[in-house]
Design a protein around this ligand. Structure first.
Ligand SMILES: NC(=O)c1ccc[n+]([C@@H]2O[C@H](COP(=O)([O-])OP(=O)(O)OC[C@H]3O[C@@H](n4cnc5c(N)ncnc54)[C@H](O)[C@@H]3O)[C@@H](O)[C@H]2O)c1
Ligand SMILES: O=P(O)(O)OC[C@H](O)CO
Length: 335
């Protein structure tokens, strides 16, 4: 296959490396960067020093910049590898594209005038309704994928052609790709786990213990499921890779940028200090408020996500947020 990956951050670069080098397929892959200087540096050094240090780009991996239209021409699959903040712009440039398109971003878009924050497929419905598209998600740290360590992903789309293209593109000796038609469920899992990982990072940074972390993950899964079902998702999706799987990975794995934000806040850093020190996107910081707003509009209770928002907004200190969660009325465990 001919595959173009739009966005040369850590995840786009890792997946481009995987598709170009994993047996058996070894596809013809091009990594597109919006910045011509970054593309030139990738080409010259054959390593993405800022986003994926120490990992060589395979010789067969092409690198380019320039107009998006030229980059996607003649390709069999287009992968959008930007954060949520870049999705709308790229989708609008791709709206007449006949090739299957897939986004990797996990979050809700920031609220815009006259619209609350949207999931990726909702953005697509607004700006590129005719696109044949879907999402690729699941528990996957870029560095592990770039090193060829075994990873399982979920290809989610209502279009069989997109699901099939993603399996053909990425299913390999190192990547196992499952398919799912529940795009809403897969996207809600990928977005909400980032918010919950901030909470578990904070919990661990404060030394609250393993019992507390297990409770946060389990009750966080309940919150995620409630919101997803209210948005039309299937409940069983949240027991899969893009739900429970990605929540466990991100909430407990120190490679997670979202978890690191929580750990840094627990050390007394400000949110700005925490975000600046990452140098990479931590989507949970940007979508936590939207998660809570959309839950409120639907009458869905999300106390952990609300606590994260109160912390990020500086309305609560960590100990007060913990006290607020522990002080809630006793309730039934059912979702
Ligand atoms: N890194 C991971 O392990 C990982 C794994 C799975 C999913 N994701 C998700 O993938 C998305 C991208 O994450 P990342 O880790 O690659 O981020 P990153 O911070 O490492 O890199 C983001 C890249 O996108 C580029 N970019 C930003 N806005 C753009 C725009 N408008 N047009 C073109 N390029 C733009 C940046 O220049 C940068 O190269 C996020 O939503 C993240 O949640 C990341
Ligand atoms: O580093 P994070 O927190 O953005 O998480 C990366 C991936 O989404 C894990 O699946």
């Amino acid at each position: 296959m001919k595959i173009v990956v739009l966005g040369a951050g850590s995840w786009g670069t890792a997946l481009a490396i995987g598709a170009a080098s994993n047996a058996p397929a070894r596809h013809r892959v091009t990594l597109w960067a919006r910045d011509a200087a970054q593309a030139a540096s990738l080409q010259a050094q054959r390593v993405n020093a800022r986003y994926l240090p120490g990992i060589a780009l395979p010789d067969s991996l092409g690198v380019r910049a320039g107009p998006v239209g030229a980059a996607v021409a003649g390709q069999d699959l287009v992968i959008i590898a930007t954060p949520m903040s870049g999705l709308r712009d790229l989708l609008s440039q791709l709206k007449t594209c006949a090739t299957p398109v897939t986004w990797l971003c996990k979050g809700f878009e920031a609220a815009r005038a006259q619209s609350f924050g949207l999931l990726a497929h909702e953005v697509r419905a607004q700006v590129a309704p005719d696109l044949i598209a879907g999402a690729l998600s699941g528990p996957s740290f870029a560095m592990e994928v770039a090193r060829g360590q075994p990873t399982a992903l979920v290809a989610a789309s209502e279009h069989a052609s997109v699901r099939d293209a993603l399996v053909e593109a990425f299913h390999s000796s190192a990547l196992r790709v499952y398919v799912n038609e529940d795009v809403t469920g897969v996207e809600v899992g990928g977005a909400v786990k980032n918010v919950l990982a901030i909470a578990t990072g904070l919990c661990d940074g404060l030394g609250l213990g393993l019992n507390a972390r297990a409770a946060l993950i389990t009750r966080g899964l309940a919150e995620m499921t409630r919101l997803g079902v209210a948005l039309g998702a299937r409940p069983d999706t949240f027991m899969g890779l893009s739900g429970l799987g990605d929540l466990v990975l991100t909430a407990t794995g120190d490679l997670s940028r979202n978890r690191r934000v929580g750990l840094l806040l627990a050390q007394g850093r400000t949110l700005k200090q925490a975000v600046d020190s990452l140098g990479h996107v931590a989507e949970g910081v940007y979508c936590a408020r939207t998660v809570v707003q959309r839950a409120a509009l639907l009458g869905v209770d999300m106390p952990i996500a609300q606590g994260v928002v109160a912390l990020l907004d500086g309305q609560l200190k960590p100990d007060a947020a913990v006290a607020a969660l522990m002080g809630r009325e006793p309730t039934h465990e059912q979702l």
